[in-house]
Design a protein around this ligand. Structure first.
Ligand code: MRU
Length: 374
């Protein structure tokens, strides 16, 4: 998508210097900074510190990390150690393990001297695939928005609520939840997006920045506003992203998503989840029981970062000195609260049958599935 008229992906390969370039998202929306990533530690740090973030982007970054690992030392031992090292960076988004597994499966059968080139090729492939997947999600999500538009008066605005940033910054391009929004806007359908701020890290500000850059009308709201807006008929549908979706369609996404799903159910507002297939964890069914929820540093809740009047970005303390903070970063929305999963192949019910019929080649019963990786 475009930043000041120039097309960017959220990461890109700098072939001249053999390094990955990323957007350091910690400074957005106030400062657009890019950074090169060229060591194992820099790759791990980029994911841990959330310079790159969002499930699909974490996966793509991990693939480039494995390419570097193979350039340094293509042995089986280093392949395994690198898998372990990068897999430990963030626990919830399954795209990380998916990408690392895919690299391992492709690279292991190759001879050592083939691995560095093959790993880099694969990383490019994973990045390009992500862009195509998200474009397809946009197409299928657009059909949902077009259907809702039919029930409106001509020219009447469709209000969409989203949580966190499942935009192009969270993927390689397009975004997942935002892709239908961009495509609807580009098709001339009048949409307006309610953007949840998404405390504690305010990824809603990233979504606002993205939507604003593309000219999509939107309003930034506090996390607690969604239920009220739904009660008053001011939300036509919700579209969110996901960090891990189980084989039966339970959805794990940024903390607070579950509350939005409950409010949507109570108010008969359709609640859709944009789901690229690498975000499906076929090895588990019960998301509440089996998805590891990342607990982040409590300082993210007791402090907040923002732009000062002098133009500096600073962090200030919100709570009294010494207040203990708790910071679970994700929650699970059970499948019965999900209206549909918007995948790259089409929209499916959030059920075992729905997912299996959409992706028959991946489907295997969760109970007997091998835990991938390792
Ligand atoms: O902690 P983050 O910012 O990495 O969390 C991101 C989200 O929760 C997104 O909604 C999810 O990864 C889907 S991104 C297409």
């Amino acid at each position: 998508m475009k930043v000041n008229g120039k097309h960017y992906r959220s990461l890109w390969w700098n072939a001249e210097n053999d390094v990955l370039e990323i957007i350091d998202q910690r400074w957005l929306p106030h400062d657009f900074r890019t950074q090169t990533v060229g060591t194992m530690e820099e790759f791990a740090d980029a994911i841990v510190e959330m310079r790159v973030r969002g499930a699909p982007l974490i996966g793509a970054t991990a693939a480039y990390a494995m390419a570097l690992a193979m350039k340094i030392d293509p042995s089986n031992d280093h392949l395994e150690k690198s898998w372990q090292y990068f897999n430990a960076t963030r626990p919830t988004a399954v795209n990380l393990r998916w990408a690392l597994d895919r690299c391992k499966n492709v690279l292991l059968p190759l001879s050592e001297d083939q691995r560095a080139d093959a790993a880099l090729e694969l990383a490019h492939e994973i990045a390009d695939e992500d862009v195509e997947i998200n474009a397809q999600i946009g197409k299928h999500g657009l059909a949902i928005i077009q259907e809702i538009a039919k029930s409106k008066k001509p020219g009447e605005t469709i209000n969409i609520l989203t949580h966190c940033n499942a935009g192009w910054l969270a993927t390689v391009d397009w975004g997942t939840a935002t892709s239908p929004m961009y495509q609807a806007h580009d098709a001339g359908i009048p949409i307006h997006v309610w953007v949840d701020e998404t405390r504690p890290r305010n990824q809603g500000a990233l979504t606002s920045w993205e939507l604003g850059s593309h000219g999509v009308p939107h309003t930034y709201i506090v996390d607690n506003a969604g239920g009220h807006l739904m009660q008053h008929g001011m939300v036509d549908l919700v579209i969110v992203g996901t960090d891990r979706t189980t084989s039966r369609g339970d959805v794990c996404n940024k903390i607070g998503t579950y509350l939005k799903a409950l409010a949507a159910k109570a108010n008969n507002v359709p609640f859709y989840v944009a789901l690229p297939s690498p975000t499906i964890d076929w090895t588990i069914a019960d998301g509440v029981a089996d998805i590891p929820i990342e607990e982040r540093n409590a300082q993210e809740t007791t402090h907040i970062q923002g732009l000062m009047p002098d133009g500096c970005i600073q962090t200030v303390q919100v709570t009294p000195e010494g207040t203990p903070g708790g910071n679970p970063a994700f929650d699970v929305t059970p499948n019965n609260l999900v209206t549909g999963l918007i995948t790259e192949r089409g929209v499916t019910p959030a059920t075992t049958e729905g997912l299996q019929s959409m992706f028959p080649e991946f489907a295997q019963p969760a109970a007997t599935a091998m835990k991938a990786g390792g």
